[in-house]
Design a binder for this molecule. Structure first.
Ligand SMILES: C[S@@+](CC[C@H](N)C(=O)[O-])C[C@H]1O[C@@H](n2cnc3c(N)ncnc32)[C@H](O)[C@@H]1O
Length: 203
C-alpha cells in the first residue's frame, strides 16, 4: 500500500495525528531530506528523494510505503507524480496544511479570492494572474526568488501592491516580511525556503 502524507509547512506540530500514525507504521519512508530527518527515531528503510529519483523502483518495494509530501500533497505537490505510477485505488492521500494556508493564517487574510501560482521549477504568468485576481500566493524556488517576483512587477501599473515573504514557516527560525515592490527589488536578503503573498489594491 502507498500512502502519501501531507507534512504541513514543516514543524511536526502541524502534522495530523492520522498522518503520524501512518508514518509510524511505515516499512519504507520516502521524502526530502528536511522531512526524513524529522523521523530519526523511526526504524525502517528511509529513502531521500531528489530531482532524479526513480519512483518506479521505490514503488515496487514490499510493505507500507509512506511518502512524505511538503504542505498538502495535492497542491503543486508530489501526489501528481506518484499517481502516474500507481493506480488511484492503491494509494491513500492524507491532506496537510499547505504553506500558503499557514502564511494566510499568519497574515490574517482570507483565501476566498486567492489564486495560487507555482514558480517552483516552472514559469507561470504571474503578472497576468495579478491583473485579474488582485491577491496571489506564489511558491518560489532558487531562480524565482522574492526579488525576481518584485522585478517582474516593477514595470507594471499596479496600485498599492504589498509583497509578503514567509520564510521557514512554522520552524523556530520563521520570519515574515512585508515589502513594497521598490523595497523588495532593492533588498539583498538571501531568503531561505519561502512563499510569497502579493496583495493589490484594498485587499
Ligand atoms: C513544490 S512546492 C510544494 C508546496 C506544498 N505542496 C504546499 O502545499 O505547501 C514547494 C514550495 O512550497 C513553499 N514552502 C514549502 N514549505 C515551506 C515553508 N515551511 N516555509 C516557506 N515556504 C514553504 C516554497 O515556496 C517551496 O519552494
Amino acid at each position: 500500500m502507498v500512502t502519501i502524507v501531507g507534512m504541513g509547512p514543516g514543524s511536526k506540530r502541524f502534522i495530523t495525528n492520522y498522518a503520524l500514525e501512518k508514518i509510524r507504521k511505515a516499512n519504507v519512508l520516502v521524502g526530502g531530506k528536511r522531512h526524513i530527518e524529522e523521523f530519526e527515531d523511526i526504524e525502517c528503510e528511509k529513502i531521500i528523494i531528489n530531482a532524479s529519483t526513480d519512483y518506479s523502483s521505490i514503488l515496487k518495494k514490499e510493505g507500507n510505503i509512506v511518502i512524505l509530501a511538503s504542505g498538502d500533497p495535492l497542491l503543486y505537490g508530489i501526489a501528481e507524480v506518484i499517481l502516474k505510477y500507481v493506480d488511484k485505488d492503491k494509494v491513500e492521500i492524507i491532506p496537510g496544511i499547505s504553506s500558503v494556508q499557514y502564511m494566510c493564517a499568519k497574515l490574517k487574510i482570507t483565501m476566498n479570492d486567492l489564486t495560487i501560482v507555482s514558480l517552483h521549477g516552472r514559469d507561470d504568468d504571474l503578472v497576468k494572474e495579478l491583473k485579474s485576481k488582485k491577491k496571489v500566493a506564489v511558491f518560489t524556488d532558487d531562480k524565482h526568488t522574492p526579488q525576481f517576483i518584485a522585478s517582474s512587477l516593477k514595470e507594471q501599473d499596479f496600485k498599492d501592491i504589498k509583497i509578503y515573504v514567509g520564510e521557514n514557516l512554522s520552524y523556530d527560525m520563521e520570519k515574515i516580511y512585508s515589502f513594497t515592490v521598490e523595497e523588495l527589488s532593492n533588498c539583498n536578503i538571501k531568503f531561505d525556503l519561502n512563499v510569497v503573498v502579493i496583495t493589490c489594491g484594498n485587499t
